[in-house]
Design a protein around this ligand. Structure first.
Ligand code: SF4
Ligand code: SF4
Length: 299
């Protein structure tokens, strides 16, 4: 079983459109019935918009703990408000309460409350979902507004997808990873067999790409690079490919800017399914064939 993670140095590079196209191409080619999909971009999960899956199960995801004040035990001494460095204790009409969004869960107030009126409680931070899509099972998640801890949720999404792949002897876990280089990305790439980084041809895109490749090198995950909307700035695309050569990272193709991609998004379809002969679809098929060959150990 192989795990492929699709990444980008930042949001908006077309990573999820490319992942949706890969899901379609994998499920309708030699990997048919072999794929489990995972949307690990839990802060902005939108792979489902193009796969339109049928929800099978949802479960709650508990994040960190937050403080809660028992009003019956509180004598309104105000000590907790003084102790809290995060301004998470709010006083109103002589009553004290915890702002759960501001609370960092340090528990300092618990230890200082003379009445023992404060306790820590796990907070609902989001949901894990298991769905069935046209292209295979999909594991995805959603964080509630203002919630963090997405690295842990990413790890859970991947764990569920990997578990299903192993249980059903499926050969490929295809992961739509989070953008950037933070904790969720580390959760998304740890233990992956291959990462495809979607780069955009701009100065900041080259910088973002370098940071992502540094992260992958640190975690010893093999990287490939594809340039999206490459024809908008051919010189910048050349520059990205030159930098990849310097680093010994293979590039697997250029995808042109194509309004067919936007039309497919509106239709809720991968572009390769919606307009198979569009320029972007032809380029994506070539990229997928190269990535697929690397996954199969043939390149
Ligand atoms: S420290 Fe305890 S008793 Fe004092 S205001 Fe806070 S919760 Fe109430
Ligand atoms: S747990 Fe920490 S951050 Fe939360 S209210 Fe208490 S002191 Fe403030």
């Amino acid at each position: 079983m192989k795990q492929l993670v699709v990444l980008s140095g930042k949001g908006g590079t077309g990573k999820t459109c490319l992942t949706a196209a890969f899901a379609h191409l994998a499920a309708t080619g030699p990997w048919a019935e072999q794929v489990v999909l995972a949307d690990a971009d839990v802060d902005a999960a939108n792979l489902e918009l193009m796969l339109r899956p049928r929800l099978l199960a949802a479960e709650e995801f508990q994040g960190g703990k937050v403080a809660r004040i028992d009003p019956a035990a509180c004598t309104a001494c105000g000590i907790c408000e003084t102790v809290c460095r995060f301004e998470a204790i709010v006083a109103h009409d002589g009553r004290f309460a915890v702002d759960p969004i501001a609370c960092e869960g340090c528990a300092a107030c618990v230890h200082h409350c003379p009445e023992g009126a404060i306790s820590m409680h796990p907070e609902l931070a989001g949901h894990l979902y298991h769905s069935e899509s046209r292209y295979g099972p999909l594991h995805h998640a959603g964080l509630l507004p203002g919630q963090e801890n997405s690295g842990k949720l990413v790890a859970l999404v991947r764990q569920r997808a990997r578990g299903q792949a192993l249980a059903e002897r499926r050969e490929l876990v295809l992961v739509d990873g989070p953008p950037g280089i933070g904790c969720p990305v580390i959760s998304a790439v740890t233990g992956a067999d291959l990462a495809l980084v979607v780069a955009e041809p701009s100065v900041s895109g080259a910088h973002d790409l370098n940071r992502t490749l540094d992260t992958l090198a640190h975690f010893r995950v093999r990287a490939l690079v594809a340039v999206n909307r490459a024809d908008l700035r051919p010189a910048a695309s050349d520059e990205i490919e030159a930098r990849c050569r310097e680093r010994g990272v293979a590039t697997v193709g250029r995808v042109p800017f194509d309004l067919a991609v936007a039309r497919a998004m509106v239709a809720g379809e991968p572009v390769t399914a919606n307009e198979p002969e569009a320029a972007a679809s032809r380029a994506l098929r070539e990229v997928w064939e190269r990535v697929s060959a690397v996954l199969r150990g043939a390149a």
